[in-house]
Ligand binder design. Structure first.
Ligand SMILES: [Zn+2]
Length: 81
């Protein structure tokens, strides 16, 4: 699995929609590639912060949030509707 594939599979892996063979490859990649592990961590942190922002859907998106996080929050809100 390449880093590109890892990132593509990230969402499916987290929602446990990844078929078993790919999930095994995904986990193996995590063992081999520290940069993808840290990507996964920051991704989960983004989701966590995004959830917090989602608690108040009418509330302002935090001004100091990175661009990427703001996009994630807005995308998650869209999905939740
Ligand atoms: Zn990687």
């Amino acid at each position: 699995m390449t880093c590109r594939e890892f990132i593509d599979f990230l969402e499916a892996y987290r929602s446990r929609e990844l078929p078993a063979p790919q999930a095994v490859e995904f986990e193996r990649h995590m063992g081999l590639c520290p940069s993808c592990v840290s990507y996964l961590r920051s991704y989960e942190e983004t989701i966590r912060l995004g959830r917090k922002a989602l608690c108040d859907p009418e509330g302002p998106v935090p001004q100091d949030a990175p661009e990427e996080l703001i996009r994630a929050i807005l995308a998650a809100r869209k999905k939740a509707q």
